[in-house]
Design a protein around this ligand. Structure first.
Ligand code: UTP
Length: 290
């Protein structure tokens, strides 16, 4: 029987240059959508998919991420003194259990593939999920849970995919598809950031992956791809034909929070989805629309 997906990698070693100056001394992954940091959305999504071990690939200046998933004694004691039980309970509920989180440093930001490779010794010989915190997905069933359920049936590698306008293919890893039942696409090839006229389809990968451990061998060869970076897509492409490989058209709406406009849109969408905020946000949006 195929091994279950128990571990997840969160690559958070990037520089976040598109969000300077906000990211000069603060990790991009700590930017909040409404009132929760991007990385917490990703961790909660992984928890909801049954993930038990959380591996963060960090870099310099990312300590606040470690602090975020730790107990803050001073804050807890102050909240306690002030009788703020709701806030205390919320913070406690968000804490992973002792020993569930591990951190490894990516010494240089050489690309997403390199970041994932840095986690190899903590993953070992089992499938692993990869979540990019700057992609958030608003959905009824958390995106990774949809993938884990689908992958339990197909086995092998799986990526979350969505159709993008052809002029945007340069921003994504794009699938060459063999078969397609509308929900699951069988992957025949992968191209990183193709020009629109060269893209084999418009079915593009977002920041959610389930990968077989063999990916680390391919990443270990340190071959540079698009943009001179070690690309995860290139290593994944080497596994096509060796394992089942599927793209899952997930249900939900994805926001690219690594980009300013995507980030603003996510804030609006998540605020509108909140019963305590929706009314006021709608009124503000209406006032600006006039
Ligand atoms: P991005 O492609 O968004 O790069 O990375 P970035 O450096 O974070 O942001 P920009 O483009 O300069 O604005 C996608 C994810 O992969 C991680 C990032 O932290 C982000 O979560 N990443 C990227 C690494 O962990 N290491 C890298 O070398 C590159």
């Amino acid at each position: 029987m195929a091994k279950p997906v128990r571990k997840a990698i969160f690559p958070v070693g990037g520089l976040g240059t598109r969000f300077l100056p906000a990211t000069k001394s603060m990790p991009k992954e700590m930017l909040p959508v409404v009132d929760k940091p991007l990385i917490q959305y990703a961790v909660e999504e992984a928890q909801a998919a049954g993930i038990e071990q959380f591996i963060f690939v960090t870099g310099r200046g990312k300590q606040t991420i470690e602090d975020h998933f730790d107990i803050s004694y001073e804050l807890a004691s102050t909240l306690n003194e002030r009788g703020k039980k709701t806030e205390l309970d919320m913070l406690r509920a968000a804490l992973p259990k002792p020993g569930q989180v591990a951190y490894v440093r990516q010494q240089e930001p050489l690309g997403l593939g390199h970041a994932v490779w840095c986690a190899r010794n903590l993953v070992g010989d089992e499938p692993v999920a990869v979540l990019l915190a700057d992609d958030v997905v608003l959905s009824k069933v958390p995106c990774l849970k949809q993938m884990v359920d689908a992958q339990a049936k197909t086995g092998g590698n799986m990526v979350a995919v969505m159709d993008v306008p052809r002029e945007h293919t340069r921003r994504y890893g794009v699938l060459d598809v063999a078969g397609n039942d509308g929900k699951l696409a069988e992957v025949r090839g992968l191209v990183e950031k193709p020009a629109p006229e060269k893209a084999p389809s418009t079915l593009s990968i977002i920041g959610r992956y389930i990968l077989m451990p063999e990916v680390f061998e391919h990443l270990g060869r340190s071959e540079r791809g698009a943009g001179g970076e070690i690309q995860l897509t290139d290593a994944m492409a080497k596994m096509i034909g060796r394992y089942p490989f599927h793209g899952l058209r997930f249900e939900g709406k994805r926001f690219d929070c690594g980009d300013k406009i995507g980030f603003f849109e996510a804030n609006i969408a998540y605020a509108l989805a909140r019963s305590d905020l929706a009314k006021d946000v709608k009124a503000i949006l209406k006032a600006y629309a006039d």
